[in-house]
Write a protein that binds this ligand. Structure first.
Ligand SMILES: Nc1ncnc2c1ncn2[C@@H]1O[C@H](COP(=O)(O)OP(=O)(O)O)[C@@H](O)[C@H]1O
Ligand SMILES: N[C@@H](CCOP(=O)(O)O)C(=O)O
Length: 384
């Protein structure tokens, strides 16, 4: 029997002007607890000989028995076909499919296996998902699911994937690497997709939510080394205050409202700010004013603000000069979460953001606020 855990952080993409390129990993996590095969002796063992990691995985599996969701009968046949069963611990994720071919995590894992000519998991694999990243809120839940799927295939079949391989596989499912890169490597990252490939762009991505059988034709694509990234040095005092409105906004919808073409003034506006922003994160000579002003954007937020009541109010009303500790505020990813980067007064800033959202929502939705850390270590796989 093999037991392992995969932990992937949530992320906030764009960071203002860095549309589709900048991202930061945050202390909210998607965890997969995985058991491959059976060892009844170990599973019934209550002795101290079991490691803390083994106990944690087996405890999560026991817990999952108590919250088992009614399953589509099609699942059982599919579970057998692919040697895997999926369970979720959190009710918030109730709407995600549990069929291996439909669920994003296993869909990605099966895609990677198929790339290596492996049709299914090597032995019966039970995956318990414990997820704290809210879905469709702009905190990178889909990126975390995709990264966890690649890491699941890697761990299950000892594929020895490099970071470049992992980034490349993620690109098949999410064509912008701004969330997946920090989810994999941690910290604040800048990424781009290389343009020296001959592939049509449509083959590089956008397979999200299709049945795995529809992906068969794409497995021959050479996926490797298409995303380049750097980690950006940052002031370790920085934390993120996130205001998460209680409604979903799919990234697909939030991208559909963006223009196809931009005026040169808007492009230059963002280029000037992003160039300064990436140096402004550093601890040396840190200036709240410089970082705050560099986090302004004209490429995506102006076109998305109508989708997020309260966004304009927060961005206009909270400044580095009237809010001590505030070093920047922007839409998180495609929204609806709004994120404020701060060095102190986190709780005050959180209540101020909540107050603005509560007023703007006119009672139509609630908003949860959290203070999150920037996490340095990215995704982790631990075998027990
Ligand atoms: N833990 C998960 N398990 C399965 N599917 C997930 C998970 N997290 C996200 N997804 C899929 O990704 C979709 C949300 O993606 P998206 O609209 O890009 O929002 P986000 O900003 O949270 O990434 C969900 O509706 C679901 O289909
Ligand atoms: N650059 C993308 C980022 C989407 O992030 P998500 O967390 O909302 O999926 C965009 O702005 O569309």
């Amino acid at each position: 029997m093999s037991l392992f855990k995969i932990r992937v952080p949530g992320t906030s993409a764009n960071m203002g002007p860095g549309f589709d390129c900048l991202g930061v990993s945050l202390s909210t996590y998607l965890n997969l607890y995985v058991k491959m095969g059976n060892d009844h002796k170990l599973e019934s063992d209550n002795s101290d000989s079991m490691s803390a990691g083994q106990r944690e995985v087996l405890d999560k599996i026991s817990l999952s028995e108590k919250v088992l969701l009614p399953k589509n009968p099609a699942c059982a046949a599919e579970d057998q076909q692919y040697n895997c069963e999926l369970r979720y611990l959190n009710c918030a994720d109730n709407n995600v499919p549990l069929e291996p071919c439909q669920n994003l995590i296993t869909q990605v894992a099966l895609y990677v296996l198929r790339y290596y000519k492996i049709e299914k998991f090597p032995q019966m694999t039970l995956i318990v998902v414990d997820n704290s990243i809210p879905l469709s809120r702009g905190l990178g839940s889909s990126a975390a699911a995709i990264v966890s799927g690649v890491l699941l295939a890697n761990a299950a079949c000892n594929l020895n994937l490099s970071v470049d391989d992992i980034k490349g596989f993620c690109l098949v499912f999410e064509c912008h690497p701004d969330n997946t890169t920090p989810a994999i490597v941690g910290g604040i990252t800048a990424s781009f997709v290389s343009d020296d490939e001959n592939l049509p762009i449509s083959e590089k991505c956008a397979l999200h939510n299709e049945n795995i059988s529809a992906l068969k034709n794409n497995v021959a694509i050479d996926l490797l080394k298409k995303v380049f990234h750097v980690n950006i040095d940052y002031n370790k005092d920085l934390k993120a205050v996130v205001a998460i409105p209680k409604f979903e906004l799919s990234t697909h919808l939030s991208r559909s409202v963006l223009p196809k073409d931009y005026k040169i003034d808007s492009i230059v506006y963002n280029l000037q700010r992003i160039a300064v922003l990436i140096s402004s994160f550093r601890k040396e000579n840190f200036s709240h004013e410089v970082m705050y002003k560099s986090m302004k954007d004209k490429i995506h937020q102006p076109f998305r603000k109508h989708l997020v009541p309260g966004l304009s109010n927060v961005i206009d009303e909270m400044t580095y000069s009237n809010t001590p500790g505030l070093a920047g505020v922007c839409l998180s990813g495609a929204g609806p979460t709004t994120i404020a980067f701060c060095t102190e007064n986190f709780d005050d800033i959180a209540s101020k953001m909540k107050g603005i959202f509560d007023t703007a929502s006119e009672g139509k939705f609630e908003t949860e606020v959290l203070v999150l850390d920037i996490v340095e270590d990215g995704s982790v796989t631990e075998f027990y």
